[in-house]
Design a protein around this ligand. Structure first.
Ligand code: TRP
Length: 327
């Protein structure tokens, strides 16, 4: 491996336009680390099928998602962006890895349990149980050493380490043991205090205009005991205050004081917050508008990323086959 830069492998399922939770939970870190690391960014289109076999929305969602990735600062020249489904080595390594982990271990995966509960699933598919095994293949095909993701993905990185260890001891030392990298806001709450998520409808999108942000912010939950302007508030339990700490660090202290003393009402506080969020995301929104004009170019960028990613994937697979005495 010489003294090459360490490698990052991270990705997301193609969920369409990105929200602030995606940004502060992962994307911000991807951008920050790009340069210090060699980044690879995967569009997990096969993973999308684990909870919904409908493929009709995947292409549009992929383009929308990649537009946001680039708009926030991912530079596709430096950091290949590619679809899992276009590089067949993912499925090949997934199959091999599936022999190196027990079903009992996969049934204990807390992220799976959470999904079963949240989506009220009565049964799951074989592929859904194997979700982390495919993710391990995604990471290890590129010998990813650092995996910046949201908190819910940490158990999958743990399983990836176990599989890498198992492969290395059973066959030959081919893989690094990747580490998860969380942000301070690995789980940003949505406007209702639950985890921010498209399916719940509690998001602020990177594409949202200032007016839209204000309108959404009006509905955000605050301290339920603060009913009118003069009432003292409890910022520590307030969602809007959490947003201030992230998006409005300069004013945060003042806001804390004025909220607890009752001087600052929720309506004004929310307007300050909308303004702060807007000033962070408006450059992304403008860039997104530019990129929107040529969606065909986004596909070209992805295809180019796939060429570069495929080279690495092929190289790793030949090492895997050699280690396993296959062929
Ligand atoms: N499971 C991740 C998510 O839902 C997406 C993903 C697939 C991923 N493969 C990955 C993330 C590899 C990091 C590394 O967000």
């Amino acid at each position: 491996m010489g003294n090459r830069r360490k490698r990052i492998l991270s990705g997301m399922r193609p969920t369409g336009k990105m929200h602030l939770g995606n940004y502060v939970g992962a994307l911000e870190n991807w951008v920050k680390l790009q340069g210090e690391y060699e980044n690879f960014h995967l569009i997990a289109d096969y993973h999308a099928l684990t909870t919904n076999p409908d493929t009709s929305y995947i292409f549009e969602n992929t383009i929308d998602m990649v537009i946001d990735w680039i708009a926030v600062g991912i530079d596709p020249e430096k950091s290949p962006i590619f679809r899992q489904s276009q590089i067949k080595e993912h499925t090949e390594l997934f199959l091999i890895f599936s022999m190196l982990i027990t079903t009992a271990r996969l049934e204990r995966n807390p992220t799976l349990k959470e999904q079963i509960r949240d989506l009220k699933l009565e049964t799951i598919t074989y592929g859904h149980l194997g979700y982390p095994v495919l993710q391990a293949a995604d990471i290890l095909l590129y010998k990813g050493e650092v995996v910046p993701v949201g908190e819910d993905q940490a158990p999958h990185v743990e399983i990836t380490r176990e599989i890498a260890r198992k492969f290395n001891t059973t066959y030959d030392k081919v893989f690094p043991l990747p580490e998860v990298k969380l942000t301070d806001f690995a789980r940003l709450p949505g406007l209702d205090g639950q985890k921010m998520s498209k399916s719940v409808g509690n998001t602020i999108l990177i594409a949202d205009e200032y007016n839209k942000i204000k309108e959404k912010m009006k509905k955000a939950f605050t301290d339920p005991q603060k009913l009118r302007k003069g009432d003292p508030g409890r910022p520590d339990t307030c969602l809007v205050y959490t947003y201030h700490t992230k998006f409005n660090p300069d004013e945060t202290e003042q806001i804390y004081r004025d909220c607890t003393s009752g001087k600052l009402g929720c309506v004004d506080c929310k307007m300050k917050c909308s303004k702060a969020i807007n000033s962070v995301i408006s450059p992304f929104r403008e860039k997104r508008k530019e990129l929107e004009k040529d969606r065909g170019k986004i596909l070209d960028i992805i295809i180019d990323g796939e060429k570069r990613a495929r080279e690495v994937a092929e190289e790793t697979m030949s090492e895997v086959r050699k280690a396993m005495l296959l062929g």
